[in-house]
Design a protein. Structure first.
Length: 490
């Protein structure tokens, strides 16, 4: 069955389920529906050739064609990535989420979040996921009986091991400050909500035609200001012929007096190596007007055993950062941070000079509320390291017109050398948006943004420019049972 047909049937079933719940006094429901429209216009690049006679040479010896750098190896022809015709796309997304309870069994409920996509117009611009008409983000039944909770259907697990979605079942038990759980099912490709063999088979002819079985367990507890969560997770091919991944994680947080310590670590059992880890210490000072935070982090790129990328020994890095924040009530706050990153050995042959393996970054920002209806934000980010450089700044203003209408303006500029082909140029942009709460159940938002790139001089001739516009309409249905009819409680 095609994804389009299954999407239509799922949305119809969801609508019928909500409608039938509304007709039954014993049942309750709460949910929302959101429609998003987006228009994007940009100028893509493509490999092309130009006559050498049309190419200029600047003071730095660069070959330029209409402001873009090209390569002139031959005496008559130059090559480079040159701008194509303007491209645009019109995309629509429909999200529906609902939770239903009172289904005739004590503690039984149903939760679902479905998403439909449509490529409503445009030329040859490829829009991400445009060929995937429908996704069931989550869809599970839950039974809560005292300390025991059982779920069955499509769900996800968010943990120190990342975002793991699967079709299956989970069970958990909580008693006091202790909680334990197990889960198992068919693993879904990360970020795609589709079985791995269906998500990647079109991209890789050699991908094994097997679903992936996932199962795991977790235990967590809290004692005297310290909380900890341990997790183990394993993935196998459906016929159990090969291991896909086997990992574990530990997350710990403790509070002692005024300071707080948070730590996280994961371990790859399949490769017998420690993965990413992080340790953060923070302490408020002078009645919480100041906040000092120190962090140490180690990051190791992770690939499971079903792909070849993991055998190319991706480079890890270690980083230390410091952050200082200051606030004066809720009207004025500022912060500054800096960090140093060290990369692992690339094991490459040095020809001319050793490769740089140290990077630096710093950030500064502030928020100010000069009046009750105004909020101003600003931030600057600077980063430089092996093979790249980034300098960016943005500012935003938010004005509350009424209790139901809010308007926002923002501006940004950034420069990236040796990344995204911005070269020595700089990009400038801005956006405007408005959010309207029509009533308690209906809200609307719309906005537009422009980004223009200037590659030297004063004319925005670069193809790295784009325009975007969007609109979102949201409806809330049902009510929170804890907030419904408060007069009855009185």
């Amino acid at each position: 069955m095609s994804s389009v047909c299954s999407g239509r049937e799922a949305l119809l079933a969801l609508a019928l389920l909500v409608g039938s719940s509304a007709e039954s006094a014993a049942q309750g429901y709460r949910g929302w529906a959101s429609t998003s429209l987006q228009v994007v216009e940009l100028r893509p690049l493509g490999a092309d050739t130009v006559p050498r006679s049309d190419v200029l040479t600047d003071a730095q010896g660069r070959f330029l064609y209409q402001g873009l750098e090209v390569s002139c190896v031959l005496t008559t022809v130059c090559t480079g990535y040159l701008p194509l015709d303007d491209a645009h796309v019109f995309a629509a997304t429909q999200d529906v989420g609902v939770t239903i309870w009172g289904l005739g069994v004590q503690g039984l409920s149903f939760t679902a979040h479905a998403r439909a996509r449509a490529h409503a117009g445009g030329n040859d611009l490829v829009w991400p996921r445009a060929d995937d008409a429908f996704d069931a983000i989550t869809a599970y039944a839950q039974l809560q009986r005292g300390a025991i909770r059982i779920r069955a259907g499509r769900m996800d697990i968010q943990s120190g091991l990342g975002f793991s979605a699967f079709d299956g079942a989970s069970a958990s038990y909580a008693r006091g400050a202790l909680r334990g759980g197990v889960y198992a099912g068919r693993s879904l490709a990360r970020g795609l909500r589709e079985p791995a063999k269906e998500a990647f088979q079109a991209l890789d002819d050699f991908f094994l035609d097997h679903s992936v079985l996932l199962f795991g367990a977790s235990v967590s507890g809290r004692l005297s200001g310290t909380s900890a969560t341990g997790r183990y997770q394993r993935e196998l091919l459906w016929d159990r012929s090969s291991l896909v991944s086997e990992r574990g994680s530990l997350d710990v947080s403790t509070t002692r007096g005024r300071f707080r310590l948070r730590g996280a670590l994961d371990y790859d059992f399949a490769r017998e190596q420690v993965g990413k880890g992080e340790l953060t210490w923070s302490m408020p000072l002078q009645e919480s007007r100041w906040l000092v935070e120190l962090s140490a982090r180690r990051y190791v790129p992770y690939f499971d055993l079903s792909t070849l990328w993991g055998f190319f020994e991706p480079i890890s890095y270690s980083e230390v950062t410091a952050r200082l924040g200051w606030s004066r009530t809720l009207d004025l706050a500022a912060w500054i941070s800096g960090g140093r990153r060290t990369y692992g050995d690339t094991e490459t042959t040095v020809v001319l000079q050793p490769m740089r393996d140290v990077g630096w970054r710093s950030e500064a920002g502030a928020r100010w509320r000069p009046a009750a209806r105004w909020t101003l934000d600003g931030e600057y980010h600077l980063e430089w390291g092996p093979g790249g450089f980034l300098s960016s700044a943005d500012a935003a203003a938010r004005y509350t017109v009424t209790t139901r209408i809010t308007a926002s303006l923002s501006a940004l500029t950034f420069q990236q050398i040796e990344e995204y082909r911005l070269g020595q140029g700089r990009a400038f942009g801005g956006s405007a948006s408005v959010d309207v709460a029509w009533n308690e159940t209906t809200s609307f938002g719309a906005g537009a943004s422009l980004i223009r790139h200037r590659d030297g001089g004063n004319v925005f001739t670069s193809p790295w420019s784009q325009s975007r516009a969007w609109a979102t309409l949201r409806f809330d249905i049902g009510r929170d049972p804890g907030l419904a009819r408060p007069e009855a409680a009185r």
